[in-house]
Structure formats: structure tokens, C-alpha cells
Design a protein around this ligand. Sequence first.
Ligand code: 8YV
Length: 319
Amino acid sequence: SAPQGVVLQVCPLLESLEQALATHHDTVRLAEQPDPAAYLAEHGHEVVAAVTSARVGVSDELMDALPKLRAIVHFGVGYETTDVARARARGIDVSNTPDVLTDCVADLAVGALIDVLRRLAAADRYVRRGEWTPGGYPLSTKVSGKRVGILGLGRIGRAIARRLEGFDAELSYHSRNPVEGVPYRYAASPVELAEGADVLVIATSGGAATRGLVGADVLAALGPDGYLVNIARGSVVDEPALVSALTEGRIAGAALDVFADEPNVPAPLLELDSVLLLPHIASATRETREAMGELTFRNLHTFLTEGRLVTPVPEVAGS
Ligand code: 8YV
């Protein structure tokens, strides 16, 4: 059955999505309430659906303040910021925005990989500093034909692998279980994956199941000629271990779109030309963000009119 009631917009969202929510539903913006806690105490029981971002999710505290909540709709493919098991136990449905961002995230992963091996952003800085002397810029590392290990072979991991086939990459992957029907070599552990790779690309989901999966042991296995690319979540990497591996030259470089505590980037990384630092922009194109906004809206709208979500998250969170 289709629940009737207030839609709570938990945090600022894409403008066109905010407009659609305001136009078509009885939507309240929590962040714009003069006293959000007072609003929740007085009106929390009116809320049947919450719309939030992958970054913010719905905290346990907020969930508890919404006794009639029936759906949590995320803008973004990640939803580790919401305790899905807790929501399920209360009969709350949860959705995300898979597929629509896969191309852009995979495009950016490959672009970032090429950037860090060929030192493009660093070379741009060199030119802008007026330091260009013929033959003066240090040689970089070839991309085509490299051994690339992909951690997490879901939709995004596979899209990255497909693109890298065009660069004659030797592809391997690690995930909790081998994936049927893919032509890539399966590595039994992240360490084994890193040992056999020149570049390690992290494309797994975030959350408790993958926290710290790439630690000092994996970075040591990647080695001083190895590169790390992370377009997933900063939590997957032991960030202090990564910072020391990079500053001490125990890995060759890294391309990072995500960090443990965004928007805070560890200060030592700012000094390193071997690191590409991006402000979590893998899905951030006009086309993809609009598609994410539309899918977010469709999830909410279908829930409120038909009582079902269009893209519910998988049964077991994180799979
Ligand atoms: C967004 C993301 O940057 O989809 C995700 O999981 O990380 C990104 O697409 C963002 O989290 C949207 O709120």
C-alpha cells in the first residue's frame, strides 16, 4: 500500500531534485528548519519517507526520531551511511541509484589512472610554474599493457575492467567470491591481488565489511613501482598507512577521489607530485547527476504512489 505523509529531505541535494520534491510532494527540508531537533520532536511521526545523499545517509538517531518511516531513498550508489539491517528490522525499505553513474565513475577511474602514471596534473603544474625546459620533465610510466588488479568486481569494477581492455591491460580482481563468466584472473586475497598488479584499483563498496581492506600489507605487496587508484571510499584504505607508504616512496603513486574524512585531505599528500587529489567527483557530471536525481525521484514517487521502490538495495547490505 502507498503510505501518505511527509517527505523529509535530510540534507541539501541536487537543485532539480529538490525542486521536484518540493513541487510533487509534501517535502520538509530538515537542514532549513530553525531548530531541526524541535521539528523532529513535534513532527517526526508525520514522516513516511526520507531522501538523503550517499554521503549523509540516515543516522540511527534520525531513524529513531521517525516512528512512521517506511522508506529511505539515497541519492548515490553508496548507502553505508545508513544502517540497512536496522532499517530492515523496522520494515523500512531502502534504495540507492545504481547503474546511472557507472560510466562516469569508470571513466574517471581510468582518467585518474592515466593521470597518475603519466603525471599529467603534475606536468601541468610544472608548465604553469614556468619551469619548462626541453627534456627537463622527468620520464613517467607507460599505461598500455600494465597489470591492473581491481578490488571489487561489481558494476563499476567491471566497467573499469572493460575500459582497460582497450589499453591491453592484464586484468585480475579480488572480491569475496569469484564472479562467473568474466575473463579476468581471480586473486584469493587483496594481498595476492596487489602482488600481481602494477596498479591496484579500488572499486568495492564502503562500510564495515571493507573497512581497512587495503592496509600496510597490501601496500607492501603493491611495492615501490606500484600505483593505487581509489574511486570507492576512503574507509577501504588504511589512510595513515597509505600516507607513509607514499611519503617514503614504498609505493610509486596514487590517484585518490575519496578520503577517510572528507573534505580533509592529509597534509603530507599536498606536497607530493606523485599523488592526484580529487574532491570526490567521479559521478559529478551534469548528465550523471541529473540521471541520479531522476532515479532518486522515481524511487520516492513510486514508493508514495505504488508502495514499492524502483531500485531497492540488495537483500544483504554491501553485496
Ligand atoms: C556522490 C557517491 O558523490 O554515489 C555515491 O556513492 O559517492 C557519489 O556519487 C555522492 O555521495 C552523492 O551524495
